[in-house]
Design a protein around this ligand. Structure first.
Ligand code: R5P
Length: 285
């Protein structure tokens, strides 16, 4: 492996324990102002020092992250659909590799939609992105997006992860599922698990623990951190599993201890679930 590629990868997956804690804040690229991520700058600032890397778009990086930060950036370079559009799988590459270099990205990320209408387009785009990114030694993280009609089970996720790895993705991000070991075993590159929709904190820590136990190198968690009433307590608790080998009880105790004297996240903020426009024709995610 080229030195630059290896070096960038080591910034994301820590070589001393082969683990990674990525904070995901890229949701706005198709969801717009996601609940509790309306002001990315305010969300990111207190969490930045507790994640190994930050997954985001160029817009959020430029506007909402201090340029003196030494946290590695995983730059989403795909997009093209929104939650009110016809089909979320209709994505293309929207950010060039030159731009990724200008932004000092440690990796680039894009989604593939296996089993969806635009499967071909997104998989070919992944192959092309790997061709280009390897010229510059930039790792590619493939996000395996899943349509609602396709169950997030081990059989389907194994397929999606393996397809991504076969195209040359250096890291694959997917969802946790039962029999996750099977997904890990059949994917020859490291797997990072997405947190998914907000669930109770203890359950999110259980998911973290289970994913690591099943062989994932780490987590790319978003909503279960910044939609928590106590985001800093939550990221520290997740970190204690990923980098401190805590079990679920230890991590949840840490969360409760840290949150006891902490002011709740946006206590006066109106619940804005209605901010996500409703599109009855939208099938994905
Ligand atoms: C989807 O919009 C993004 O790829 C997120 O980065 C990914 O889903 C992880 O975020 P969460 O933990 O909120 O699912």
């Amino acid at each position: 492996m080229d030195w630059g590629l290896k070096n960038r990868l080591s910034r994301i997956i820590k070589p001393h324990n082969n683990r990674a804690l990525m904070l995901a804040v890229d949701h706005g690229y198709f969801l717009g102002p996601t609940e509790k991520l309306e002001e990315p700058k305010k969300v990111i600032a207190p969490l930045l020092k507790y994640c190994d890397s930050l997954m985001l778009t160029r817009g959020v990086q430029r506007t909402s992250v201090d340029a003196t930060s030494d946290t590695p950036m995983v730059l989403r370079v795909s997009g093209g659909s929104s939650i009110i559009g016809d089909d979320l799988s209709q994505e293309d590459i929207t950010v060039s590799l030159e731009e990724a270099l200008r932004l000092n990205a440690s990796a680039v990320a894009m989604s593939i939609f296996v089993g969806s209408k635009y499967e071909y387009q997104t998989i070919v785009n992944l192959g092309k992105l790997v061709n280009e990114a390897e010229k510059y030694g930039i790792p590619v993280l493939a996000v395996t997006a899943v349509g609602k009609e396709l169950g997030k089970d081990a059989r389907y996720l194994s397929l999606a992860c393996r397809v991504a790895a076969e195209q040359g993705a250096h890291i694959v991000k997917t969802y946790y599922c039962d029999n996750f070991e099977k997904v890990v075993e059949s994917c020859p590159v490291p797997i990072i698990v997405a947190g998914g929709k907000k669930i109770p904190e203890r359950d999110a820590l259980q998911l973290t623990y289970n994913a690591i136990k099943a062989g994932a190198v780490g987590l790319d968690m978003g909503r279960n951190i910044w939609q928590s009433e106590h985001p800093v307590a939550m990221i520290k608790a997740a970190r204690s599993i990923i980098h401190g080998n805590s079990n679920v009880e230890q991590a949840y105790s840490l969360y409760k201890k840290l949150s006891a004297n902490d002011k709740p996240n946006n206590p006066n903020q109106k619940k804005n679930k209605s901010k996500k426009p409703n599109n009855p024709n939208q099938k994905k995610k």
